[in-house]
Design a protein around this ligand. Sequence first.
Ligand code: FAD
Length: 508
Amino acid sequence: MAGEVHDIFIIGGGINGCGIARDAVGRGYSVFLAEMNDLASGTSSGSTKLIHGGLRYLEYYEFRLVRESLMEREVLWACAPHIIWPMRFVLPHHAGLRPAWLLRLGLFLYDHIGGRKLLPATKTLDMRNDPAARPLKSLYTKAFEYSDCWVNDARLVALNARDAADKGAILRTRTKVVGARRDTDRWTLTVQDMLSGAKEEIQARLVVNAAGPWVDDVLSGVVGSNQPHNVRLVQGSHIVVRKKFDDPRAYFFQNTDGRIIFAIPYEQDFTLIGTTDQDYHGDPAKVTISDTEIDYLCAAASEYFAAPVQREDVVWTYSGVRPLYDDGASKAQEATRDYVLKADGPEGMAPLLNIFGGKITTFRRLAEHMLEKIEERLGKRGDPWTARGTLPGGDFAVDGFDSELRRLMGDYPFLDQRHAWRLLRLYGTKARLLLGEAGALADLGRHFGSNLYEAEVRYLIDREWAIVAQDILWRRTKMGLHLNASEADALDQFMKSAVERRRQIAAE
Ligand code: FAD
């Protein structure tokens, strides 16, 4: 509607922006969110993909953060059991690094401070006869096995966005906030369509700056604030190699520099190894792994695996920039992982609320805390609701994945197990929406390679803001690991015409 004044304008379509949009619209506020690129194209697709308390953060006495994060594990798992599931981690005791008693103490706290109900407790492994020892060097005779959860980070963002839009929020991707004017009762934001170049003005009573690693750029460049140094940008990179082990458990390896890395079963055929921690000073959109990081990760993993991890084994890498609240810590790895929400600007003017820091794990609680601040300014509209709010496709029991898979394969017998598993993991019960009336693979339309078909591509264009092939290959799915360059090109061509056609229909 022309001239409409929205309650809340959110800058940034990462996990924090989309999480706040969903919570706020579900409480009755009107919400407009602008994302300059694709959903989850910033840090929120570049994480290690763990819903975890952060065992390591106990060493920095981050008890508030660890407790809140541990408690979120089971809450989020219940809301989205298709994209979040429990994972066991094997932490080998390494002679010369942290002593066994310290690891046991840390894990005792980890098991007990976070209200764990369903996730299994820590246990000690005798690595002389546990299958977890098979891919490792024989020096590791003792290990601990503990619980955390795995999350498909980019899909968590897309599902929050979808749910927010289903509840009435307006979400615009490829839409950059390029200017903002503040009056007493409202903001006027200038947004630019990054595809057409067209500019538009949007009005809102309150602005949330959820721009992640760009949060200070928005403050200085868009809002004109003179306090532009709040976050410390810390790069973290991962390497993906062909499957190093068959065990469903992940590994938690301690390094000699005091840091830790994970080696995690990934996308059925691969192992994900990461991460690094180094200060970053460039444009967050341009972050890429350095040779030093690749060497570091290969060496750290090779300290444990019997068959060394080598540069040639790396099939894919990705990097992200952590927007950590700058608490003045001397080393990047020591900077706080907790989040800080701060209002900015003079009294009596329309409010601006900024987010500094925040984990994927804590996005839902961060949104609740942000809503408390919003309520103080705009008045209360509704109660917190997201702790029991299922995300799209997640309406089945936490232990119900296998039976859902059997049902899906029963109803669509032409899907092989791998294909059905992938669809159910990405879309949950919404996989049926995508498959519709199909009775054979041919009914899914054009085949793009691996098990990617037109029906899925169209679903992602229609319902999840996918515009170019990269959105599908690396964020809505990880089919980029399975399609070759010419298949990816063909997908891009197809999407260009499908998206254009959709635009024409909308304009008619
Ligand atoms: P982002 O995801 O970066 O979103 C900000 C968005 O704002 C971007 O999409 C950007 O395009 C947009 N934007 C910026 N400026 C504008 C503008 N002017 N107009 C419109 N849009 C704009 N957390 C965990 O819980 N578990 C983990 O295992 C974990 N591992 C991690 C590993 C690494 C290597 C890294 C880097 C982070 C990890 N994290 C993890 C942390 C987590 O990924 C981040 O804290 C989280 O993704 C931050 O989300 P965000 O929404 O604040 O930022």
